[in-house]
Design a protein around this ligand. Structure first.
Ligand SMILES: Cc1cc2nc3c(=O)[nH]c(=O)nc-3n(C[C@H](O)[C@H](O)[C@H](O)COP(=O)(O)OP(=O)(O)OC[C@H]3O[C@@H](n4cnc5c(N)ncnc54)[C@H](O)[C@@H]3O)c2cc1C
Length: 419
């Protein structure tokens, strides 16, 4: 398909088949997939790529992110991670941008007996549900990463937990979407009623709550970026996730010399960086990998993850709002979940039929049963009822329905800084 004009004002845009709200990884990937199928796509965002992805570490970690009570989410993470190799190759081909996609795997390490006891409990669970996590002796850990601190007492290897650089991914997605014909509209969407499209996909991260009434809340994450002296390659190759004297920390090495150190998990909506968080992250990082004390501290930042009550994304037709699809609430997993979200939402847009994979993540798991007269109601009103079958009218045409899911208690806490 030939490229069209790629950036414009809202008023210049003819009626689109699909209007995507939000140009983060989710919105851009959905736009790319839809445009590549020949649909006329607009993407609305005042500041593309400025959301959570601007600070994200880019771990693709279905195994080390598999937590108790999140089986369905884990299934989706595994599915999406499996799509990453082909997705990365296709995206690089379409955009000409290398993504920093790396497959060395992830080392999971603990310093103290208590740290290891906590970690081993989780590894046992992950093995129990069939995920590939392999315990390693300290000598085996050091064979893989000689730079680990002598205090590291044990660990494990998650071979399938990879990484990508979100600061390369976002430009790549934007180029690919625009080359496929998607049109970037540089402005905020204040109400969905302002959009003139057959189907609207709300992929606005934390901004989705105000547009839809869905329970998406900001979950703050503070993160640091270090640089190896003289721009050298970091002295370790794997992503390292450490339990360090009761603190959790991850270290993500990039080929260009950068190391991402993260992250806090805070129920706050500001993006201030606190001295205490920097101190805790640095101390844990250096405890795990002492050479980091010699690195330059080049950036401190905070971002807002789009969290949901059960930590899982919200994907599918918005109850009582015909033609509106949600693709939001990706919380700690929006980078790893980009391929599967884009594929499933583009399929839904074009066929009108939800893939069974979407069933546990449908929006009406939070909004309850349908109000009989909700279809056709004011599309800008907060979603309070759920339609059993919500239409996706023009681009797909067919009716949409999916099975429901139960609630899972929220797992976020200040003590859990993964991601
Ligand atoms: C510190 C930190 C570390 C992380 N690490 C990882 C990781 O290692 N692996 C992983 O998979 N995930 C990670 N994440 C999570 C990941 O970044 C998010 O899940 C992901 O960015 C969500 O993508 P998104 O496109 O839905 O939202 P965002 O990336 O937040 O983008 C939303 C976009 O919508 C736009 N927008 C908002 N409101 C409106 C509106 N009204 N009109 C128009 N546009 C609007 C914004 O400008 C923004 O560009 C991390 C997040 C943080 C904060």
């Amino acid at each position: 398909m030939s490229a069209r004009s790629t950036s414009t004002q809202a008023g210049d845009v003819a009626r689109a088949d699909v209007a995507v709200v939000g140009a983060g990884p989710i919105g851009l990937a959905v736009a790319w997939r839809c445009a590549a199928r020949g649909l006329r796509v607009t993407v609305h965002d005042p500041a593309p790529g400025s959301g959570a992805s601007a600070v994200a570490a880019g771990m693709l970690a279905p195994v080390s992110e598999a937590y108790f009570g999140e089986r369905e989410l884990t299934g989706l993470l595994v599915e999406s991670a499996a799509r990453w190799p082909a997705f990365a190759a296709e995206l690089t081909e379409a955009s000409g941008v290398e993504l920093g996609y790396r497959t060395e795997g992830t080392l999971l390490v603990g310093l103290t007996a208590d740290d290891l006891a906590e970690a081993r409990r989780l590894w046992a669970y992950q093995q129990e549900i069939g995920l590939p996590v392999t315990p390693l002796r300290p000598s085996e850990l050091r064979d893989r990463e000689p730079a680990l601190a002598p205090r590291v007492r044990g660990g494990a290897f998650a071979a399938t937990d990879h990484q990508v650089d979100p600061r390369l991914l976002l430009p790549a997605l934007r180029i690919a979407a625009e080359r496929a014909g998607a049109v970037l509209v540089p402005g905020p969407v204040r109400t969905l009623a302002d959009l003139d499209a057959a189907v609207t996909v709300v992929a606005a991260g934390c901004g989705a709550a105000a547009l839809t009434g869905l329970p998406v809340r900001p979950v703050k994450g503070q993160v640091l970026r270090l640089r190896a002296p003289g721009g050298a390659t970091p002295g370790f190759r794997h992503v390292i996730r450490g339990y360090a004297d009761g603190e959790s920390v991850y270290l993500v090495p990039r080929s260009g010399g950068e190391v991402v150190v993260g992250a806090t998990v805070e129920e706050r909506r500001d993006t201030d960086v606190s001295a205490g968080a920097v101190l805790r992250l640095l101390r844990a990082a250096v405890d795990v990998l002492p050479e980091l004390a010699e690195y330059d501290l080049v950036e401190t930042a905070a971002g807002l993850r789009p969290g949901t009550p059960d930590n899982a994304p919200i994907l599918g037709p918005l109850p009582g709002r015909p033609g509106v699809l949600a693709a939001t609430g990706h919380h700690r997993h929006g980078i790893v979940l980009t391929p599967v979200t884009a594929d499933l939402i583009a399929d839904l847009v074009t066929t009108g039929r939800p893939d069974p994979l979407l069933a546990p993540f449908r929006p009406d798991r939070f909004t309850g049963p349908a109000a009989p007269d909700s279809a056709g109601s004011d599309p800008t009103a907060p979603a309070t009822g759920a339609a059993a079958a919500d239409a996706v009218p023009a681009a797909g045409g067919a009716g949409v329905s999916a099975a429901g899911d139960d609630d899972v208690a929220a797992r976020t806490s200040e003590e859990d800084p993964w991601n």
